[in-house]
Write a protein of this length. Structure first.
Length: 373
């Protein structure tokens, strides 16, 4: 029936359902983000340990060079300080990993001691080849928070209708036995019934304005819910726009970080070669090591940020609605309904090639040897 509005209890149950779905969507996004953060921290820890191993090996080489008089004691102390600084970055990463695992267990409804050790590796993660990008009308129907606000708005509108109806006179016709009946046979005849108009007009008019104020309160509640609905829709489109921009700039950031890592590795190789022939001091080699270490960690974090922002995009679009088969799942977008993944040429290697937390670092040769190791 056109213009029919479901009863208030039905609308209230619909609101509870969409609220539950919104909570489930948030929980799902939190679990995925926690898994991505876990993978990122594991990659950073692996890279840091590899750098520590390399710097410890460098320290042993510098100490041997000092014994033969090829370098000064300050070079040995500088390498020791560099190694100690790198080792100091490992415990905070391990602490974040442990706390992140506890948070992930909480999301999964487990105690910290019930951790089964499941995890994903950053190198095994891939972005979807096509990111779903829905039309505005579909976005309104997909997000559970929008549908919850819509259900609340319908409920407020129905309440207004109920309160307006309560202000109308409630008239009831009830028959009453008159005193004109003389015989038992005539007692229940229609002619012997005196129809009495039992109404509540007087009660409606003299209720102290309760009905009017109830109606006005429900109208104010409707206006409030309508403003909330508008705000929810605007926020939804802002979330989508922010997520799309974030993914776009994440691709540029990862591309720049990959280039910076490659440049830092080339610089480290060159510094080692120049130090071998005595063109530079060992302090330059140490600076190159630190620059390369920072570049590796920054590249890993840039990779993880892309995955996190991709989760934010899926969440802003209402979750995996295109894989569902209920009344909220609309047809899969066709032409113009998919956003191609923002992978640039420089990020193709980090997306498709086997992931290595740390490139092969060239070793600085001993001053007492001529073979480049």
């Amino acid at each position: 029936m056109q213009g029919w509005c479901p009863p208030v209890p039905i609308l209230r149950r619909l609101g509870f359902r969409t609220e539950l779905e919104a909570t489930y969507l948030t929980l799902t996004a939190n679990v995925v983000n926690a898994a991505f953060n876990d993978a990122s921290l594991r990659a950073q820890i692996a890279a840091t340990r590899e750098i520590i191993r390399f710097q410890a090996d460098q320290l042993r080489r510098v100490q041997r060079q000092f014994e033969v008089g090829a370098v000064s004691q300050s070079d040995v102390l500088s390498q020791q300080a560099t190694l100690a600084q790198t080792e100091a970055t490992l415990p905070p990463l391990q602490k974040q990993l442990a706390q992140g695992r506890n948070q992930l267990m909480a999301y999964l409804g487990r105690l910290p001691g019930e951790d089964r050790g499941e995890y994903v590796e950053l190198r095994s993660l891939r972005l979807p080849p096509r990111l779903p990008l829905s039309l505005p009308s579909r976005l309104v129907r997909q997000r559970p928070d929008i549908r919850q606000a819509e259900a609340t708005l319908h409920q407020a509108a129905a309440t207004v209708g109920v309160n307006v109806a309560n202000m109308l006179p409630q008239l009831t016709l009830t028959p009453n036995i008159g005193t004109a009946s003389l015989t038992v046979a005539d007692l229940f005849s229609p002619q012997s019934l005196t129809w009495m108009l039992v109404g509540t007009i007087q009660q409606t008019l003299l209720d102290g304005g309760q009905g009017y104020h109830a109606k006005e309160a429900s109208v104010a509640k409707f206006e409030q819910d309508y403003a909330l609905y508008q705000s929810t829709v605007i926020t939804a489109f802002q979330n989508v726009a922010d997520a799309l921009r974030a993914i776009q700039y994440d691709a540029s950031t990862l591309q720049a970080q990959a280039a910076a890592e490659k440049a830092a590795l080339d610089s480290l190789k060159m510094a080692q070669q120049q130090f071998k022939v005595g063109a530079i001091s060992y302090a330059t080699v140490i600076n190159a090591q630190q620059t390369f270490q920072n570049a590796v960690i920054a590249r890993i974090r840039a990779q993880a940020m892309r995955f996190t922002d991709t989760v934010a995009l899926f969440q802003s679009l209402g979750g995996g609605w295109w894989n569902r088969d209920d009344e909220t799942a609309l047809s899969v977008p066709r032409d113009g309904g998919w956003l191609q993944g923002p992978d640039g040429p420089a990020t193709a290697a980090t997306r498709d090639a086997p992931f290595s937390p740390l490139p092969v670092i060239p070793q600085t040769p001993d001053a007492s040897t001529e073979t480049v190791r």
